[in-house]
Design a protein around this ligand. Structure first.
Ligand SMILES: Nc1ncnc2c1ncn2[C@@H]1O[C@H](COP(=O)(O)OP(=O)(O)O)[C@@H](O)[C@H]1O
Ligand SMILES: [Mg+2]
Length: 746
């Protein structure tokens, strides 16, 4: 159904995804604008749009007015097709189509001459559609809306683009200045040896003057020393600058990565994300290696060229012509080679993804004996990457081959040409001058070739930045972390008409959920797998924020609460908790500042972990390996509970925290729950009803809706879904007797 490819017959542009159930143009335009705003971390409510009534659908001006009212920076413009490519790394551009609908340009590929278009209704994970100029211009007259971050964005929110990186380089003003000075001096010095050779040949050899020779030798010695010192200084400066830039880039990358919301990570492959981010080394290497050196060589050129023209204009022109020819050769090969390099980089990412996937999933790979399959995939990816590299290398070999003779000509052939000129009496240059010219001319080629090569590398770096941007330039949670209220929580939780659909989901995971629990309640959540239990806990933690209705904590709508504050006020224990490498104590305090061993012990005691920790030979200093191989599942869960308790959170969430445990460990953890729950609101998800009987309230969910909410006895009495579940799990006991037994406290 979904029309997602270039249509050769030239049918009208159709980018709507299958989810579009005949939305009006107005809705489509608003959705596109809302999506663009969301990219910048601003959630707009479509329903709040009030445009002029006379408009059949929102005009660019009305949309811009609305966006500005909402605190965004927006601009309506007319753009030509070409200009769409300027936005390729940055935020989506809203295209207003002739028929009143809208689309989003989320990227562009100049090598294929297509832009990537998304429908405003498509989901985050749906791939964009490649559209070429012809097809786009049938539907689009050039109207776009550019949405930008509000003024005063924080540093961490700036999109990751080449421009941003250059900005970072330019921040190193002192260093750049020092490097420039060193280079100018060095460049000037490069001319002197040539002059000295000239002098030696012309004066010393012609007139046999020993004193001039001695002078030249001592000059040469001083020169060598200078060149050595300056060369050292230049390299030193570059080293320092690379190190600083490295730090800046890495901080930025990691900071942005952490600011991405959880659902981004759930959508994307970890391996691919990591290998994309690794590209940052390529960027740094380019900036402080090739780019800087070429820049510095450029100085040499500026100093040398006038001098060459002074010595012999004809020869200087010849040198320039040959150098120009070299540059042209490289330029011609630039695009095709760049294209192949981009392909090679892509192939390498895919290869890297297989590697990391295998390492992450090695347990599954081993236990299912999937090694041969993984090997086959790996072989394919390796072959693929190798092939693209080879292709790129082969094509890149050609310009090099063609340039080689030209370069030789620059350094030696020029002399022949000069000799010819001298024979024809067309020149004033003498023997010494010719040799000096040869020395200089050989150096002219280098910077020029460097410049041309730079373009080639630039392509590679642009690809790398694009890769990184695809990860980092996703909407972040940063605003939510910085803005919002920081109330002191009591622990009352209210859901009002909450409906929520996952970005990928077909139907709502939660459907008009309504309930309210007072502070200190122990709430159990039960329901079949997929009924929405975890989703409720995710909304509570602010992981998914695009729900409709209201989630309130002590009356405050969750999205208005500062996200960091919110998450710090929660203690969360999941089914499978990740323990970091480190000691037990480190794992309980989780690196939070200001927590002492006493705090760790208190939390461990409350979690029921104290008993086994003290039995360990090194107690709280016992080292936990990655993947916590040296402790049991039950112990790990109790440590996770201790870790969640250490901040003394007002609200605890346990999502199937005991489900993977053996009955004995489960009983141990459950025995502590009542103690843990004192003075806290607890939300406990479990598919084993027996562990929830002591809850104050149990909420029964079915397909995203609340079936009933009441204490165990009441539910057993009046809720058939609950009764069925209960009987399934406790078939061996007579329900009435079981209830009676439980009433006595199990
Ligand atoms: N990250 C996700 N993306 C898309 N759909 C999801 C995601 N997580 C859960 N769902 C869907 O939402 C529904 C509720 O899931 P969940 O709350 O995890 O159920 P439970 O915890 O009760 O087993 C299910 O239909 C599930 O398929
Ligand atoms: Mg679940």
């Amino acid at each position: 159904m979904s029309e997602t490819s270039l249509n050769p017959e030239g049918a009208p542009l159709q980018i709507e995804s299958d989810a579009t159930e005949a939305l009006t143009p107005t809705e489509l335009r608003l959705r596109a604008v809302v999506a663009a705003a969301r990219f910048h971390g601003v959630d707009l409510d479509m329903g709040a749009y009030r445009g002029p009534a006379a408009e059949p659908y929102p005009s660019p001006a009305s949309l811009v007015t609305w966006l500005r009212d909402q605190g965004l920076v927006a601009r309506a413009m007319k753009l030509a097709w070409r200009n769409l490519f300027r936005f390729k790394d940055a935020a989506p551009v809203v295209l207003l189509l002739k028929d009143g609908t809208a689309g989003l340009v989320v990227g562009a590929d100049p090598t294929r001459d297509v832009v990537w278009l998304k429908s405003p209704t498509s989901r985050d994970t749906e791939p964009p559609v490649a559209v070429d100029r012809l097809r786009l211009e049938q539907a689009w007259s050039g109207d776009v809306i550019l949405v930008k971050r509000p003024y005063g964005q924080t540093e961490g929110e700036a999109p990751f683009t080449l421009g941003w990186i250059f900005g970072k380089v330019l921040e190193e003003k002192t260093f750049i200045r020092q490097i420039s000075y060193a280079s100018v001096v060095l460049s000037a010095l490069t001319i002197i040896p040539a002059l000295m050779v000239m002098a030696a040949i012309d004066r010393v050899l012609e007139y046999n003057s020993m004193s001039t020779f001695v002078l030249l030798v001592s000059l040469m010695a001083v020169m060598m020393f200078f060149e050595m010192v300056l060369g050292w200084a230049r390299r030193e400066l570059i080293l320092v600058m690379s190190a600083r830039l490295d730090v800046k880039l890495n901080l930025q990358v990691f900071g942005r990565l952490l600011a991405l919301p959880l659902d981004f990570f759930e959508r994307s492959q970890a391996g691919e994300t990591i290998s994309r981010l690794r590209e940052v080394y390529r960027v740094r290497e380019f900036l402080t290696g090739k780019l800087l050196f070429t820049f510095l060589d450029g100085f040499t050129l500026i100093v040398m060229l006038p001098f060459m023209f002074y010595m012999e204009p004809t020869l200087a022109w010849v040198s320039i012509a040959v150098a120009g020819l070299i540059a042209i050769i490289i330029m011609v090969f630039l695009r095709p080679v760049g294209h192949l390099i981009a392909q090679a980089i892509q192939a390498e990412h895919k290869k890297g993804a297989v590697m990391s996937e295998t390492v992450y999933g090695i347990r599954t790979v081993k236990s299912l004996a999937l090694e041969p399959q993984q090997k086959i995939i790996w072989d394919e990816r390796v072959a693929d990457a190798g092939q693209w590299r080879l292709k790129a290398g082969r094509l890149g070999n050609w310009p090099q081959t063609l340039i080689d003779p030209l370069q030789t000509f620059m350094s030696r052939g020029v002399v022949l040409f000069g000799t010819y000129l001298a024979l024809e009496n067309d020149t004033t240059i003498d023997k010494g001058g010719l040799i000096a010219f040869m020395i200089l001319s050989g150096r002219v080629a280098q910077p020029l070739i460097g410049f041309a090569r730079l373009m080639e590398d630039f392509h590679e770096v642009r690809t790398a930045v694009g890769q990184i941007a695809r990860v980092l330039n996703n909407p972040t949670e940063t605003r939510a972390h910085n803005d919002g209220m920081r109330p002191k929580f009591e622990g009352q939780v209210t859901f009002e008409d909450v409906t929520f659909t996952y970005p990928l989901g077909q139907r709502p995971a939660l459907n008009k959920i309504n309930f309210s629990i007072p502070p200190g309640t122990m709430l159990g959540l039960v329901g079949r797998s997929g009924s929405g239990k975890s989703t409720i806990t995710r909304l509570l933690q602010g992981i998914n924020r695009e729900y409709s209705g209201a989630v309130r904590i002590d009356g405050a709508e969750l999205r208005e609460i500062n996200l960091s504050h919110l998450r710090r006020s929660f203690g969360v224990v999941l089914q499978d908790n990740f323990l970091f490498r480190g000691t037990i104590r480190d794992n309980i305090t989780a690196g939070r500042a200001g927590l002492t061993l006493e705090d760790a012990v208190r939390a461990a005691r409350l979690a029921g972990a104290e008993e086994f920790i003290e039995r360990m030979p090194q107690g709280y200093d016992t080292w936990i390996e990655e993947g916590s191989a040296n402790i049991s599942g039950g112990q790990r869960q109790r440590l996770a509970i201790a870790r969640a308790l250490i901040t003394n959170p007002r609200i605890m969430i346990l999502d199937e925290a005991t489900s993977a445990l053996d009955p004995e460990s489960e009983a141990l953890v459950n025995a502590n729950l009542t103690r843990i729950g004192k003075g806290r609101t607890m939300v406990i998800v479990s598919h084993r009803l027996s562990s929830l009987v002591n809850c104050d309230l149990i909420m029964v969910l079915d397909r995203g809706a609340v079936v009933d909410i009441a204490p165990h006895d009441v539910l057993l009495d009046r809720c058939s879904v609950y009764r069925t579940l209960w009987n399934q799990q406790n078939r061996h006991i007579d329900p009435a007797r079981a209830a009676a037994a439980l009433a006595q406290g199990e």
